[in-house]
Design a protein around this ligand. Structure first.
Ligand SMILES: [Mn+2]
Length: 315
């Protein structure tokens, strides 16, 4: 992160030392890495607090402080899969959303087609349909379920006059022909129209509000529902309790604990046939308060360790 808070407005800038996790060069080589980080510092429009365009640089900086030893697995898994951090996409202030989404889809598709797991760092939630479109482009004919962690249902057809608002992300994803079922976790804020829409699509939408995530029924249902599925994951960091991730534009009280967030990733990795890619959106750094991005970066690393399937050691 730049020292002078004013410099934070330099959208798209990645620190010069900026490889995700601060890995040695041999683990960052594009040809060998199994993961590609796609920084997408983009905000379509701000409905409350802004700053998501600064998310990618802050997440990358924070990731460099994450310990590579994974206590749950007893190894440093990244040494066996590698992470390539691509250049940040650059966005013109007046670039039409269709162009933004199309360019993100191209980048995501290229990574996926080359066998790399795309990890898109937003930016706001309006990016997710572009990232998902790229996954679908790379695997024509395949269908994917989507796991969506968010404080908000994001099911509005339009918001602020736009169908591309971050408040419409899940609605647009649901419209994509390659999208199967969307599994929402952690929601605690939605409009009357979204509540009605949700009730009208019982076969394609399963929403667990934050207070529903106790007991084991949801765990069983999610594991059974994802069995044999290829899964795309979209993480809006406001899914978490603001005590865990305060740096976000539209915070909501309550939400996921750190451990529950970690467990959801473990559950998805175990249940799904494969996790094919993910995005993380709405991280909006607060100057001087860096634990927010650190917590997200650490979660991403622990999730990647479980999403990337490795051959048994020694092979
Ligand atoms: Mn949200």
């Amino acid at each position: 992160m730049p020292e002078d808070p004013d410099d934070l407005d330099e959208i798209g800038e990645i620190p010069p030392e900026g490889d995700f996790l601060g890995l040695p060069a041999w683990l960052c080589r594009k040809e060998a890495a199994r993961v590609e980080v796609v920084p997408a510092p983009y905000e379509a429009g701000v409905s409350y607090g802004g700053g998501a365009a600064r998310g990618p640089a802050a997440l990358i900086a924070a990731s460099r402080q994450v310990e590579l030893y994974d206590r749950g697995l007893g190894t440093e898994p990244v040494r066996r899969y590698g992470v390539h951090t691509g250049p940040a996409l650059a966005f013109a202030p007046d670039e039409p959303p269709a162009s933004v989404l199309g360019r993100l889809a191209e980048r995501t598709a290229a990574a996926a087609a080359a066998g790399r797991f795309p990890l898109v760092l937003g930016g706001d939630h309006s990016l997710s349909p572009g990232a998902f479109a790229g996954i679908a482009l790379a695997r024509p004919g395949d269908a994917f379920d989507i796991v969506h962690l968010d404080a908000h249902a994001d099911l509005r057809d339009r918001y602020g006059g736009s169908p591309h608002s971050h408040a419409c992300a899940a609605r647009r994803l649901l419209e994509h022909p390659a999208c199967g079922k969307i599994w929402q976790l952690g929601v605690r804020s939605l409009g009357a129209g979204e509540a009605a829409f949700l009730r009208s699509r019982p076969g394609r939408l399963r929403t667990w509000f934050a207070e529903d995530l106790s007991g084991d029924a949801w765990r069983r249902e999610l594991a059974e529902g994802l069995a044999g599925k290829r899964v795309y994951l979209t993480l809006d960091v406001d899914a978490f309790d603001p005590a865990v991730v305060p740096g976000t534009g539209t915070p909501e009280p309550d939400g996921l604990s750190w451990r529950l967030g970690l467990e959801i990733g473990e559950l998805v990795a175990r249940a799904a046939e494969r996790v094919v890619g993910m995005d993380v959106v709405e991280a909006a750094p607060v100057p001087g308060l860096h634990y927010s991005e650190f917590n997200v970066a650490k979660l991403l690393y622990l999730w990647l360790n479980r999403f990337i399937r490795l051959p048994p050691p020694g092979k």
